[in-house]
Design a protein around this ligand. Structure first.
Ligand SMILES: Nc1ncnc2c1ncn2[C@@H]1O[C@H](COP(=O)(O)OP(=O)(O)OP(=O)(O)O)[C@@H](O)[C@H]1O
Ligand SMILES: [Mg+2]
Length: 283
């Protein structure tokens, strides 16, 4: 693990330069900050770039602005100052060939009246993909998450983990280049979460996806990420970041390794520092 010193200990320009030095940036957050309508400063200026094929996790205490940052990247909200670039340009070009963006929320948000296959097809209907091609892509996406047998089921007939897999299939069916996920497995038991993490690591490797993933789980962050951005609160900011130098694809052997345990210990102690810094600044 390659640790960049916490912001409290380093020259902020050095930290900022490190966070922007990626090859082939897909997303560049350039001094973007967020002050909400009620005057609350959710995010202090953030500098962060995510390069092609990276799996970047955002982790930090509750309220540090992880979801806010992800929503900025998804263009669901706008920065109050600074700017964000996608594929080195404005958001207008997102959605064109090679620039597809998909978002997976914490809740699967499925249409209860529609079967699994129809739920997964929804984004293709919005994109006006011809029916036959759409059906084919739905089959492929369902197969990727082992859900072909459930294609004709309704959401109420599925377990929580299966619903989440439908939600992932619905994101994957658009063949995204940039995948944004906000605690997608937070409500699941650890066994199911590990299983889905393994699916995700395989899919993102096979598709060479660029992923930004919000989590509260140290184990999940270490298992999935090529880089972990640790945030602190009051105001929300990047505290430090890690590079996880472990080859992909990863499997349960990595999770069982001493190296994995040691990376988790390192991340845990940095998170304790980030929580402390969050309290200190607000006091
Ligand atoms: N629309 C809004 N108006 C005012 N404040 C907001 C708004 N949205 C979020 N906030 C505040 O901004 C801060 C960051 O919120 P955010 O949801 O990004 O945190 P988070 O890191 O995702 O937390 P959690 O881990 O609990 O999901 C919080 O203090 C929250 O109350
Ligand atoms: Mg959140």
């Amino acid at each position: 693990m390659n640790l960049v010193a916490p912001d409290s200990m380093s020259d902020p320009l050095v930290g900022s330069a490190a966070r922007l030095a990626v090859a082939e940036p897909i997303v560049e957050i350039l001094s973007a900050e967020k002050v909400f309508a009620n005057g609350f400063r959710g995010l202090a200026p953030i500098d962060l770039a995510v390069g092609r094929g990276e799996f970047v996790s955002l982790i930090g205490p509750s309220g540090c602005g992880k979801s806010t940052l992800l929503k900025l990247i998804a263009n669901l909200i706008e920065p109050s100052d600074g700017k964000i670039l996608w594929w080195r340009g404005a958001f207008d070009d997102v959605g064109k060939d090679g620039r597809q963006l998909a978002f997976v929320f914490q809740e699967p948000t499925l249409m209860p009246w529609a079967r699994v296959a129809r739920n997964v097809r929804l984004p293709l209907d919005f994109l006006r993909v011809p029916r036959a091609e759409a059906e084919q892509r739905v089959q492929t996406a369902l197969a990727q998450v082992d859900l072909l047998p459930a294609a004709r089921s309704y959401p109420r007939q599925l377990s929580g983990g299966m619903k989440m897999r439908v939600s992932i299939a619905r994101a994957m069916v658009t063949e995204p280049d940039l995948l944004l996920m906000d605690e997608p497995f937070g409500a699941l038991d650890e066994f199911t979460r590990n299983r889905l993490d393994e699916d995700l690591v395989r899919l993102s490797w096979e598709r060479q996806l660029t992923t930004v993933f919000v989590t509260h789980s140290i184990y999940e962050a270490v298992f999935l990420s090529s880089r972990i951005v640790v945030m602190a609160a009051n105001p929300g900011r990047v505290f430090t970041e890690f590079t996880v130098d472990e080859p992909f694809p990863r499997d349960e052997n990595f999770r069982d390794s001493e190296r994995f345990a040691s990376l988790c210990r390192d991340l845990s102690s940095v998170l304790t520092e980030a929580s402390f810094a969050s309290r200190k600044v607000s006091a």
